[in-house]
Design a protein around this ligand. Structure first.
Ligand code: ADP
Ligand code: ADP
Length: 226
């Protein structure tokens, strides 16, 4: 079954800029989809439309069987990890991870269970009482992922999640994201500029240019064909 369907999606900003058009894609359960393409080609806009942070100008977006064009972000079965982490500086790690669940009126015991479990998976249990400023870049990135994981979404959206990390940490976190994907058995859509990330993580790669899909294929077919 498709976990996400994008049908003839188009995005026009304001009165003029067409950021995305003729975007058609069916994403299966447990796929790891990579969006690549030059800056300004529409990757973030597409992700933001899926998350519900940007209105869709034309076309239909389905999560599972449900048409979600007009569904609020918090009611979509989706969680997004941003490249700048977007943590709340005045809240502890625990409260950062719990925040989205509190908004959705999840019972306290359930929140505690999910936060504790996500923290264990990400190896940040010992950091739950800290504020973000007392964390390293890699630790902040884990918290940002933890905040997405606790929602147990059908689909994870990740917009260049590793781009602010140094090279060594990027390699380490890349492996962890790969393990996380296998462990959570979930669908991930991931934007990157890094060809190694695209090749090692992706089940399929969507190549975009000027708001249009140029090619959709497996990493092997895209990058390793003689
Ligand atoms: P990418 O993520 O691939 O770098 P974006 O989705 O950010 O590309 O941008 C696609 C196009 O839409 C670009 O031409 C960009 O300038 C334009 N754009 C992005 N956000 C806005 C906005 N809020 N208002 C107007 N134009 C925008
Ligand atoms: P509120 O502002 O809703 O009172 P708190 O931050 O005081 O939120 O925490 C609410 C609950 O979250 C606590 O009763 C506790 O169960 C749990 N909690 C908070 N911090 C931690 C932590 N570091 N480890 C485990 N549970 C925590």
């Amino acid at each position: 079954m498709a976990s996400l369907s994008l049908k003839n999606i188009k995005k026009v900003y304001g009165q003029g800029v067409t950021a995305v058009q003729d975007f058609n894609l069916e994403i299966g359960d447990k796929e790891f989809i990579i969006f690549v393409g030059p800056s300004g080609c529409g990757k973030s806009t597409t992700l933001r439309m899926i998350a519900g942070l940007e209105e869709i100008t034309e076309g239909e977006l389905y999560i599972g069987e449900k048409l979600v064009n007009d569904v609020e972000p918090k009611d979509r079965d989706i969680a997004m990890v941003f490249q700048n982490y977007a943590l709340y500086p005045h809240m502890t790690v625990y409260d950062n991870m719990a925040f989205g669940l509190k908004l959705r009126k999840t019972p306290k015991a359930e929140i505690q269970k999910r936060v504790t479990e996500a923290a264990r998976i990400l190896d940040i249990e010992h950091l739950l009482d800290r504020k973000p400023k007392a964390l390293s870049g890699g630790q902040r990135q884990r918290v940002a992922m933890g905040r997405a994981i606790v929602r147990e979404p059908k689909v994870f959206l990740m917009d260049e999640p590793l781009s602010n990390l140094d090279a060594k940490l990027r390699v380490q976190m890349r492996l962890e994201i790969s393990k996380l994907h296998q462990r959570l058995q979930t669908t991930i859509i991931y934007v990157t500029h890094d060809q190694v990330e695209a090749m090692t993580l992706g089940t399929r790669i969507v190549v975009m240019k000027d708001g249009i899909i140029q090619q959709v294929d497996t990493p092997t077919n895209l990058y390793e064909r003689p």
